[in-house]
Design a protein around this ligand. Structure first.
Ligand code: ADP
Ligand code: MG
Length: 454
């Protein structure tokens, strides 16, 4: 590769960094510019997963960058480590029937989902809310068909379900290159089934799904209410399960909570392991911000990571969005990220976001209602008359403040996070089963919020 071409590549990278900071990853710098010919700059990545990701997610931005840099109608081509770099245009292989020879063996049928090379286990931050789901995912990836089958991961939006599914795919692709993986969304499954019915190609459809070693379906809850689809999925599931092929599913709700899902599917989804991902506590959020910044090659001081983690509590995608905003601001103002800049980037708290109640306000409401003393809540006594109000305090603190489990435990006699988690679960269960108690909690919540409005 000649020097002028190297200069173009450097220019492309710089353009991407300035104009698409949220897309840029550290590993882009390791892409190798192979040649500039036939109207395209060929870039070689170190894995086929990187190649496919670049092709499907980043091509537009790369093309825009090379045109901006050269002022010519050039394009970019991505090739993998073993691909031929000769100039005739080629795109990543797509085929209906999975190929058995190349590694890693990902089914790249048009409906398969693209895997983000960043979504490795190594980049997944583990905290109390996702520990089980993480451990189960690792176990499944390392013992296909043997650990838990199916693995069913569920939880709210942006809490890492897709990340875990992709991490499993990446690990299997890396360590078990012989295993054929098919990773798709439930819409992908539906589209293909409908197509197969319309074109009378059911045998091909069945073959495509039942020949895999690992079937990964994201957002399976979209099967809700679709009887014909559920019927076919039921047969696919049985065939794979009987053959001890690994099945991995994600959903926004637990199997029994997915509306209009056939009972026999609900029961099968529970055959293996059902693991929930829950919103991360403060420390985990800080660690996630740090990890995302590192992947982008962005320097973020600790106080800024904490600031961002404080501002966004419930959804990790939004946490990343906040980091992007800060990064954009730094880019536009051409200065390093610091607290002042982050404050401006994320804006001041608006009136629509009520200030959160203090632990003191929670303790005041609870002690008054239950007629207990603050010292009792912080003490060691475990009789029910004290233990219940203490658990209510922990529950309210968990629901209405951004404090971590550890911090909440600290306020109530230095209890550890598992005690707090247990308290939260206990109260949740009681609220769900006892209307009178639910009313009590609601009353306390109003009191607690009332005291912050004043
Ligand atoms: P879901 O599928 O549950 O809606 P995703 O897996 O798409 O959520 O996660 C949203 C974003 O948050 C992704 O960029 C993902 O990498 C990131 N993310 C979620 N959980 C974690 C975690 N524990 N550690 C690091 N990143 C995470
Ligand atoms: Mg998802």
């Amino acid at each position: 590769m000649g020097d002028p071409d190297r200069k173009i590549w450097d220019g492309v990278l710089a353009h991407l960094r300035t104009n698409h900071p949220n897309l840029c990853r550290q590993w882009f710098e390791e892409l190798e510019p192979v040649r500039l010919s036939g109207g395209a700059l060929t870039l070689r990545s170190s894995s086929t997963i990187q190649r496919d990701y670049l092709h499907r997610q980043c091509l537009g931005a790369f093309n825009e960058a090379i045109q901006a840099v050269t002022q010519q109608l050039l394009g970019v081509r991505f090739v993998g480590p073993e691909d031929d770099a000769s100039p005739e245009p080629s795109s990543p292989r797509t085929s209906d029937t999975p190929r058995r020879a190349t590694a890693p063996r990902l089914n790249t049928h048009a409906d398969s989902l693209v895997i983000n090379p960043d979504c490795e286990f190594e980049n997944f931050i583990v905290g109390a809310g996702n520990r089980l789901a993480y451990a189960a995912s690792v176990a499944v990836a390392d013992n296909l068909g043997l650990a838990y089958n199916p693995l069913f991961v569920h939880g709210g939006v942006g809490l890492g379900k897709t990340h875990l599914l992709q991490a499993i795919c990446l690990r299997v692709a890396d360590r078990r290159p012989d295993a054929l993986i098919y990773y798709l969304s439930s819409e992908g499954f539906i589209t293909q089934l409908v197509e197969a019915i319309e074109t009378s190609t059911m045998p091909e459809f069945r073959h495509r799904f039942r020949d895999v070693d690992v079937l990964v379906i994201d957002d399976i809850h979209f099967l809700a209410g679709k009887d014909r689809i559920q019927e076919e999925f039921f047969h696919t599931f049985n065939a794979l399960h009987q053959a001890r092929k690994q099945i991995i599913l994600s959903s926004d709700a637990a199997p029994e909570e997915i509306p209009q899902l056939e009972e026999r599917l609900v029961s099968r989804f529970k055959w293996g392991l059902v693991a929930e991902v829950e919103p991360p506590e403060f420390e985990t959020r800080v660690a996630i911000v740090r990890s995302k910044a590192r992947l982008r090659g962005l320097k973020v001081p600790d106080e800024v990571a904490s600031f961002i983690a404080e501002r966004v509590a419930s959804n990790i995608r939004e946490l990343e969005g906040a980091l992007t905003k800060v990064q954009m601001h730094a880019m536009i103002e051409d200065r390093p990220v610091d607290l002042a800049l982050a404050r401006v980037a994320l804006g001041q708290r608006t009136a629509a976001q009520p200030a959160e109640p203090s632990v003191q306000a929670i303790v005041a409401a609870v002690t008054e209602y239950f007629g207990v003393r603050t010292v009792d809540l912080q003490g060691r006594r475990r009789q029910r008359s004290i233990a219940l109000p203490r658990q209510v305090c922990m529950y309210l603190a968990r629901q209405h403040t951004r404090l971590s489990l550890e911090e909440i435990g600290g306020h109530f006699g230095g209890r550890d996070h598992t005690t707090v988690m247990h308290a939260v679960r206990t109260i949740e269960t009681k609220v769900a089963s006892d209307q009178g108690f639910a009313a009590t909690i609601q009353h306390l919540e109003q009191r607690v919020h009332g005291s912050t409005a004043a």
